[in-house]
Design a protein. Sequence first.
Length: 529
Amino acid sequence: MHTFAEPYLLHDLILASAHRSPKSAALGSGQFALDYGGLNDLVEGFSRALLALEIARGERVGIYLEKRHETVVASFGAAAAGAIFVPMNPLLKPEQVGFIAQDCGVRVLVTSPDRYVQLKDTLQACPELRHVVLTEKASEHPGTLDWSELLASPARAGHRIIDTDIVSILYTSGSTGRPKGVVLSHRNMVAGAKSVASYLGNHAGDTLLAALPLSFDAGFSQLTTAFHVGARVVLLNYLLPRDVLKAMEREKVTGLTAVPPLYIQLTQAGEWPAGIQEHLRYFANTGGRMPRETLDQLRQRVPRAKPFLMYGLTEAFRSTYLPPEEVDRRPDSIGKAIPNAEILVLRDDGSECAPGEVGELVHRGALVGQGYWGDAEKTSERYKLLPAHITARLGGALQLPEYAVFSGDNVRKDEEGFLYFVGRRDEMIKTSGYRVSPTEVEEVLYASQLVGECAAFGMDDAQLGHRIHVIATPVGEALDTAALLAYCKQHMPAYMVPHQIEERSGPLPRNPNGKIDRSGLKKALEAQA
């Protein structure tokens, strides 16, 4: 085992912690637990397995599993072998898995026997796939390889790897079309781990609950931030919000990161176990604005836990956070740039917006990804050179051109530099001459405490441009639409009041990353019309 002052490759995060404290708890998954020494041995074993299969540097390794230790080992083991790991959300259907496997030319697929049975026909259309590795029972499925046997492969010379090499492709949810593969380097992921761990104050005594999908940038970040500091991660595959609460109490979780829909469900899940408050040090929000009402309820339930309101995009891993001490002063803010990142707010012509002016959030720095796999056109739309006057202002004698990621999100910055999310550019509602953010409408609906979940969007209207349509679930047995409309009229300007509120029972549909699928709901309604 070699030593180094600072990890610069993704798998070095585990190796460094294993060198410092090999017996410290690293990973928990049900009854299965691994310390850092054991986890590193498995990562090295899977790396040897890929090299034995003659996987070349930069070839893709697909991982189609729920959250379990093999998912983690395959991800970091592929990185150690110089390959590119492609985590696939376990909620995806076979045809979606097949699309990803074909799109990026997956050479090795790691999955379970049950999932393989569902995939067999689809995989016939993946010509570049050479090996399927099953977590168990490979002998019952001819042509597949056994996980345990592969990990016993002998050592052999590996590929040279540097930190600008591609390490992963994370596919976005594809709510506006086919999924796009966001390409990330070792440097992107390691820089992200160091930055996030620094402002969350993560340390070796932490236990982080991995409740989000590991195919989601914020979900995988639970692994990288924990491994960077030698903390413990608990993998959780849950069915109900109560399962999350029980795990938080049982595992003595100190840090939870989730998306707003899960936090809404947790606040509606009844009384929380008392043990949660004894250990939870922070809760962090990502994937959309936290409704004010939900934030207030969370702070009442765990008053000693620090709230971190974050903003990120897969194309740059993480961009901003609001320090807990600022939450009371500006609870609607997404904060400022995380360490080692710079956030700009630009007009369409590339000039910088004045305080209070709405513009596009643009992220520059070490966390900016490498583009979209195999799609130069979409890459050029999102990853662009910064305007010359911006690079000139940033200094440097050479003033070399620099790529940044243009988020497609509208934000504004106040006089003190704090940012506020306004809305997705492609989801902005244009009604009666006004531009309305759907999240702005949803914020008022949640504050009414009359809805369980909701989604607002604009439907085409010949006179208004868009009319505002809302789909909502009730808190109790039925939605009091009249009371909700009355509340909206009291708390919104007239142009923001929904023209129609439609009741739905049960949870609203999610995209694979756990966010309410606003775009999908709108498309379904348009199809009906």
